[in-house]
Each structure stands twice: as structure tokens, then as C-alpha cells.
Design a binder for this molecule. Structure first.
Ligand SMILES: Nc1ncnc2c1ncn2[C@@H]1O[C@H](COP(=O)(O)OP(=O)(O)OP(=O)(O)O)[C@@H](O)[C@H]1O
Ligand SMILES: [Mg+2]
Length: 362
């Protein structure tokens, strides 16, 4: 037995010579909730399909509890599957849908009944047994699909964009529910999404994919605070990315000269990967509008002109232009009334704590 429930070892996949998944190394310990997150077409579903056994890796190995799965057919991998289009059987009741997998395995009737009941309780659909899919809302149908996947008690649940067909409110409610179900059942969840908020809200760990390869993996907080690349900084949350033309390091940190601009920004240290600094990233909420009199030596301050103000109710989004023409987005918290006093064309001063400037090499 391996301590890891699922391992991907240098897994690659090509279709007709075109490389789609490249050298993925991944270890998912039993009981973890992992999200594979990345833009459309980056290879998430392809990776999940290889774990499920629907397609074989072109290279590399996939192990479950230490055993290579390459020759194991999907139905013998003890995995539960939930997809974007819940694909319930319309002519079967909820109970028949949920019991389908166990029936196919020839489980005794009494066992199926108990498993269906327990699965429906897990997804808060007790008493819905006799309904047909057409008599359920989208969120309820998705919960039936979830119950169907967990009823045979798989050790791992694979979820491919399970919430993307639901409206925003329902999606947010289901995030919480999925997380609860994960906690209650103690199964390993491997969840695929292109929605960073969803991944942040639910996962113990996020695997960020870019163009078939893993760009970064870590806890949601770690990835958000310490993005390893420009791609990750921009994909997880929002970031202002500024090009760096030159820099100098000292014990106090690093000073970054912004390309095409007299701006010099202090940051606490060099790029995390030790590479040549080419960019820096600043979160919109790390930029603060300040009165010039409030400036102190230790911080970064920038002169800017407001280009656009978008009132978003709980905060305002200001697009500003700094010296050299770079555009930055700033989130101004608090009442939108306060933000209304800012007008396009107005000159402002912004500060950003050096700790919030992140040097990046790529
Ligand atoms: N059977 C196939 N034959 C050829 N190309 C394929 C096949 N399946 C996927 N691809 C290609 O592989 C790439 C990755 O596809 P994949 O479905 O894994 O992306 P994804 O990350 O799941 O995207 P999305 O978020 O849109 O679902 C795409 O460019 C896709 O066109
Ligand atoms: Mg997909």
C-alpha cells in the first residue's frame, strides 16, 4: 500500500502527435479534496479521463493505492464519477438512478436499498426516492448525480465541472454542500474546474494547469499569496502585472525599475524561483489611495491619473494610469459613495506595501 491514494507519474497524453498533457506528476493522499484548475483546453478533462481509465496515458503511470492502473478497466478502479451534464436516466426514478451502479454489480436488493437511502441522505434529498429527474430542479438533479456516484462507496470521487450548469446562487450553495459531503464521507475528491473561486472555496489543495502542464500546486491561500508565475498571479484572483527592466538586491530587499517608467518599487525579496526578475505583480486590493501628506519613506508610492471608475456596490474598481502609461486596477473598499468622489482625469497618489509587491521571473 502506498500512502497516496492516487499517483500520476510523469503522465503525458498526445492526440495524433499533438501533446495535450505534459509530464504531470501528482500525488493525492487519501481523503484530500484536490481541484485541478486551469483555463479551457489546458488538459483538465483529459487528465481526469486518464485517472478514470477512459483513455490511456501516452507515457507515464497512474497508480491507485500503489498499484498501476494502466491495464485496469474503468469499472474496476473503484472510482465514482460526476460530470457537468448530470446525465441521469430520465425513465428511472431517483432511487433507481442512485442504485444503478450497485444493481449493475449485482448487489443484493437490501444492500442497494440501504446504500440509496444513505446516499440520498448525504446529499439532503431524503424522501425524493420516487420522483423522476424531470420533476427536479437543476441543483437537485446534480445532487442525485452525486448520490449515484457515492452510493457504491468508491474510495475516490472524480468530479468534472459538476457545478458549471447551475446558476450562480445555486453554484455557491452547492460549493458549501460538496465540501460538507466531502468532510462527512472522507473520500478523496479530485475535482476539475476552470472557476478559480470555486477551487479556492472548496479545495485542500489546488493544482493549477497551464497548456497541459502543472503551473503550480499548493493550498488556496499559498497559491493566492505566493503565485509562482505571471500566469498563476493573473489566473488566481486578479493581478496587476508590471514589466521590470532592471533591479538591484540588498539585505533590505529588492528595488525594481518598471520598464518605460521612472517608477521604482521596493519588494521584500527576489523572485521565488531565484530566476531573473522580469515582472512584478500587485493585487488590486493592495493598492491604496492616500493623501500625499501621509507618505512615509518605507513604502512604495505612485502617482497616477484615474482613467475609469466602476462602482460595484461593496467596493469600487478604479482603473488608473501611472507614469510610463501602465494601467493598473485598484480596489477601493468601503462605501461606494466614497468612491463616487473620484472622477476620471483626477490625479491621485497610491501606496503599496513592499510586502505586497511580488517579483516574478516568468
Ligand atoms: N479525443 C481527442 N482527440 C483530439 N484532441 C483532443 C481530444 N480530447 C481532447 N483533445 C484536445 O486536448 C486539449 C485539452 O482538452 P481537455 O478536454 O482536456 O481540456 P479542458 O482543460 O478540460 O478544457 P475545458 O475547461 O474547456 O473543459 C484540447 O485542445 C482538446 O481539443
Ligand atoms: Mg473539460
Amino acid at each position: 500500500m502506498s500512502e497516496f491514494d492516487i499517483e500520476l507519474l510523469s503522465v503525458s497524453k498526445s492526440f495524433a502527435g499533438l501533446s495535450v498533457v505534459r509530464d504531470i506528476n501528482l500525488q493525492v493522499p487519501a481523503g484530500e479534496f484536490v481541484s485541478i484548475l486551469g483555463p479551457s483546453g489546458c488538459g483538465k478533462t483529459t487528465t481526469l479521463n486518464m485517472i478514470a481509465g477512459f483513455s490511456a496515458p501516452s507515457q507515464g503511470d497512474i497508480r491507485i493505492s500503489g498499484h498501476s492502473q494502466v491495464k485496469v478497466p474503468p469499472e474496476r478502479r473503484n472510482l465514482g464519477l460526476v460530470f457537468q451534464n448530470y446525465a441521469l436516466f430520465p425513465h428511472m426514478t431517483v432511487a433507481e438512478n442512485v442504485g444503478f451502479g450497485l444493481r449493475m454489480r449485482g448487489a443484493p436488493r437490501i444492500e442497494i436499498c440501504a446504500a440509496v437511502k444513505s446516499a440520498l441522505r448525504s446529499v439532503h434529498l431524503d424522501g425524493f426516492d420516487a420522483r423522476y429527474p424531470a420533476e427536479l430542479s437543476g441543483g437537485q438533479q446534480q445532487r442525485v448525480a452525486l448520490a449515484r456516484a457515492i452510493a457504491p462507496k468508491p474510495s475516490v470521487l472524480l468530479l468534472d465541472e459538476p457545478l458549471s450548469n447551475l446558476d450562480l446562487k445555486l453554484r455557491e450553495a452547492m460549493r458549501v454542500e460538496l465540501k460538507e459531503i466531502h468532510k462527512t464521507l472522507g473520500m478523496t475528491f479530485i475535482h476539475v474546474t476552470h472557476d478559480q473561486e470555486e477551487a479556492m472555496a472548496m479545495s485542500d489543495r489546488i493544482i493549477v494547469m497551464d497548456a497541459g502542464a502543472i503551473a503550480q500546486q499548493g493550498t488556496p491561500g499559498d497559491i493566492y499569496r505566493n503565485p509562482a508565475s505571471r500566469f498563476v498571479a493573473d489566473f488566481i484572483g486578479r493581478s496587476n502585472i508590471l514589466p521590470v527592466s532592471a533591479y538591484s538586491s540588498s539585505a533590505a530587499g529588492v528595488k525594481l525599475s518598471i520598464e518605460g517608467s521612472p517608477i521604482v518599487l521596493r519588494a521584500p525579496s527576489g523572485a521565488a524561483d531565484g530566476g531573473v526578475i522580469s515582472f512584478c505583480s500587485i493585487r488590486p486590493q493592495s493598492l491604496t489611495l492616500v493623501a500625499p501628506a501621509a507618505l512615509t519613506d518605507g513604502t512604495n508610492w505612485l502617482e497616477a491619473t484615474i482613467h475609469r471608475v466602476i462602482d460595484l456596490g461593496d467596493h469600487a474598481e478604479l482603473e488608473v494610469v501611472v507614469e510610463g502609461g501602465h494601467r493598473l486596477v485598484l480596489h477601493h473598499p468601503g462605501s461606494a459613495m466614497g468612491a463616487r468622489s473620484y472622477q476620471p482625469g483626477q490625479a491621485v497618489t497610491m501606496s503599496v506595501d513592499p510586502a505586497d509587491v511580488r517579483p516574478l521571473s516568468r
